[in-house]
Design a protein around this ligand. Sequence first.
Ligand code: NAP
Ligand code: GLV
Length: 319
Amino acid sequence: MRKLVFITNELPDVAYRFLRLQYAVTWNKRQLTESQLASKVKPFHAILTTLADPVTEKVLLAAPRLKCVANCAVGYNNIDLKAARTRRIWVTNTPDVLTEATADTAWALLLACARRVPEGDRIVRAGKFKGAHPLMLLGVDLHEKTLGIFGFGRIGKAVARRGRGWAMKVIYYQRHRESLAVERRYNAHCVSFETLLKSSDFLSVNSPLTPETRGRFTATEFRKMKPTAIFINTGRGATHREKDLAEALQKGWIYSAGLDVYEMEPRVEKRLLKLQNCTLLPHIGSATVETRNAMAFLAAENIHAVLSGRRPKTPVFSL
Ligand code: NAP
Ligand code: GLV
């Protein structure tokens, strides 16, 4: 009998087309809650999930045949890893294939904030453009400024690499210092969290959401940043406190912010919606045709590997 695979959400169809060659695939196309997911997973040997799916212990307990949860995302904070490991269920993610697209999104936000692109767009569309004015929408320069990276991993490094084009000085903070060779390659300096806050002209969050990074950027941290600083988050929204960020932007503790991710996603702090000095994207960090195809295909390959008795290409942990 063919093994059963469940795709939990809409995805590029490369995953379905690949998996259906070998497996009986059920493809659900609307967002499921935890209870709905738990009520559907019972017969399946593998599930292909997205970061919006809460793969909790309750869901895993409801799936006695489950061998693999293949998340179509590099982040996996939506999955109870401990519960999966205890039941010897592989959890896989989609690293590398989305690194460049996500770094581009961080830079899209960075440039949008620095040069006030969305504000300009709104002025023109509202018919308020009455001709060029020497004081209209003055932004900030990027050239030779300091780019700070919180979480100097794959995406953090790709964000840093783009800074070369603007001759930026790169500083980073994470728990482990990179080797000298890596630091030289990126012309990056490892600094304390305090220095990152105080010295960054642009601070890009590229860490995962973990108990340690949750709520790491609060009013206290925003107050330590430069009043001219721009805060970018394409990591996970819960690393910053959104109410505190709104206050920081309102009170001018920092200059502006660019967000792709939100603390209580998909809910967005109401005050942010009214502020001009922030640019808001709907979690589209990796959303290009090529990248989403590559992610979906990698997730499908991981499922195929596990169901064929092999180690998956990109496991989150080893079994
Ligand atoms: P990665 O290569 O694992 O890099 C993560 C980096 O974060 C590591 O270098 C790690 O270094 C650092 N880190 C972990 N805990 C930290 C802490 N407590 N304080 C400071 N730094 C910490 O992962 P990646 O592929 O770059 O992806 C990073 C994250 O980006 C993902 O987990 C996901 O949440 C997010 N993401 C978002 C989008 C989007 O659509 N917006 C797209 C892709 C990824 P240490 O271990 O040394 O601390
Ligand atoms: C997106 O947010 C991801 O983690 O891939």
